[in-house]
Design a protein around this ligand. Structure first.
Ligand SMILES: Nc1nc2c(c(=O)[nH]1)N[C@@H](CN(C=O)c1ccc(C(=O)N[C@@H](CCC(=O)O)C(=O)O)cc1)CN2
Length: 290
């Protein structure tokens, strides 16, 4: 039997509706409108679309959004100054540096991300937030892995005691995903480019998360019958065509649940950014009143 497809649109709408209601309550109670600043450097066409979508979604949700477009030749120091200004701006509760950065700034990516005040780090990429996540403390959680967990929760898929295998160990998806699954009492294995017997390990997974960045990397022989397969891959195979890390056509015949690409967990990324922006505003408001 073919797997149940977990469509991102349904879950993203539910999560955005919930957050929108909470934002209205927060603004009504405090008089504060949450503010998000998104910095985009250069003209990567996909990033431009994502940033535009973030801006539009903010407007729909009752969040003030500021998009800061910078030329690809900007220096590291100018970029740091921009981040510091936003750190000091009390109307801005969330700051996001859109990735990828232009080639010349690649080597400064972490240094730049770590300049964002952890309280305003709506991406959850700052070491303070990554560290807090790893010890189970309240923190900003990276949007895509958070979206995966919320989707599983809403779909009624229990994680307690399940074998979860993550393929990919990035700081943005693989590692936070591992910590989130651990917090839900799953038994977690993280596979990467040096893993031996990856196919056999993947085939033990009740929950398989593919975040490897290679089109069709996960094939049907890696799937335990009935497994939940979450595809986090966004591989651009033509200017306007993306595909995931999972060979959807064959894997869906063996899995119990599967997320498509496009149309799967990617759609929850922006919904979770809205959620994190509200969380950041609430946190900063509480700290101010102390
Ligand atoms: N600072 C950050 N940079 C990037 C992040 C991030 O979380 N923080 N994630 C991605 C880009 N991204 C948001 O920024 C993002 C990716 C994908 C989607 C999405 O809606 N995907 C859809 C359709 C995608 C398409 O057709 O291109 C899907 O998967 O169905 C939203 C946001 C990298 N940079």
């Amino acid at each position: 039997m073919s797997a149940t497809i977990l469509w991102g649109k349904t879950y993203a709408k539910k999560l955005k509706d919930e957050t929108k209601e909470k934002i209205a309550e927060f603004t009504e109670k405090t008089g504060i409108t949450p503010g998000l600043a998104v910095i985009i450097v250069g003209e990567d066409p996909a990033s431009q679309v994502y940033v535009r979508n973030k801006h539009t979604t903010c407007a729909e949700m009752g969040i003030n959004s500021q998009v800061i477009e910078l030329v690809p030749t900007i220096s590291k120091d100018e970029l740091i100054a921009t981040i510091e200004n936003l750190n000091n701006d009390s109307n801005i509760h969330g700051i996001l540096l859109q990735l990828p950065l232009p080639k010349a700034l690649h080597k400064y990516e972490n240094e730049l991300l770590y300049r964002i005040n952890p309280l305003k780090d709506v991406d959850g990429f700052h070491p303070v937030n990554a560290g807090r996540l790893s010890i189970g403390e309240k923190c900003m959680v990276p949007c895509t892995p958070l979206g995966c967990i919320k989707m599983l929760e809403l779909a009624g898929i229990s994680l307690d005691g399940k074998n979860a295998v993550i393929i990919g160990r990035s700081n943005i998806v693989g590692k936070p995903m591992a910590n989130l699954l651990l917090a839900k009492n799953a038994t977690v294995t993280v596979c990467h480019s040096h893993t031996r017997n990856l196919q056999q390990i993947a085939a033990t997974a009740d929950i398989l998360v593919a975040a490897v960045g290679k089109p069709n990397f996960v094939t049907a022989d890696m799937i335990k019958p009935g497994a939940v397969v979450i595809d986090v891959g966004i591989n651009r195979i033509a200017p306007k065509k993306i595909t995931g890390d999972v060979d959807f056509t064959t894997v869906k015949e063996k899995a119990g649940f599967i997320t498509p690409v496009p149309g799967g967990v990617g759609l929850l990324t922006i919904a979770m950014l809205m959620h994190n922006t509200l969380e950041a505003a609430m946190l900063q408001q509480t700290q101010q009143n102390r």
